[in-house]
Design a protein. Structure first.
Length: 148
């Protein structure tokens, strides 16, 4: 089927890593349990509308830390930004914002997940770090409840 006929009114344009930090320590962990904690969030940085399209910029953040006893084995901090566009002739302001928060964050979370997996593998962390998959709706609801 011709993709122009089925193209969504909400599109991913680009992404970038705006911040990345990886700190590691050499700790023998062979028989010591390693605990990994992660903190994940997102922010809508900007939404603009003109006659041709909406343009929205979102940021996805992940802080991942691994502790062995009282020492940190590694710390990872990553922020990714993405640009999405939408059709203003089909989408309302609220619908575009909802798509940014649901579809946009879901897309960016998987790109971030892949980035962290590949960079930690290249950094020699074995096994490489997988950011847990996130229930975006629950993240959004918790974020709204914390703002109120």
């Amino acid at each position: 089927m011709d993709s122009k006929k089925i193209q969504a009114d909400f599109q991913f344009v680009a992404s970038r890593v705006s911040h990345f930090l990886l700190e590691t320590k050499d700790i023998d962990t062979e028989e010591i349990p390693v605990r990994i904690d992660s903190d994940i969030d997102y922010n809508i940085l900007n939404i603009e509308k003109n006659e041709n399209n909406y343009v929205g910029v979102i940021e996805f953040t992940a802080e991942i830390k691994s502790k062995v006893k009282k020492s940190y084995l590694f710390k990872i901090s990553v922020k990714m930004e993405a640009i999405f566009v939408g059709n203003p002739h089909v989408l309302t302001d609220e619908t575009f914002k909802n798509r940014l928060e649901l579809n946009g964050v879901a897309t960016l979370s998987q790109i971030c997940r892949s980035f962290v997996l590949s960079t930690t593998a290249l950094a020699g962390i074995n096994p490489p770090i997988k950011i847990p998959m996130v229930n975006i709706q629950k993240l959004r609801d918790l974020k709204k409840n914390n703002e109120n």
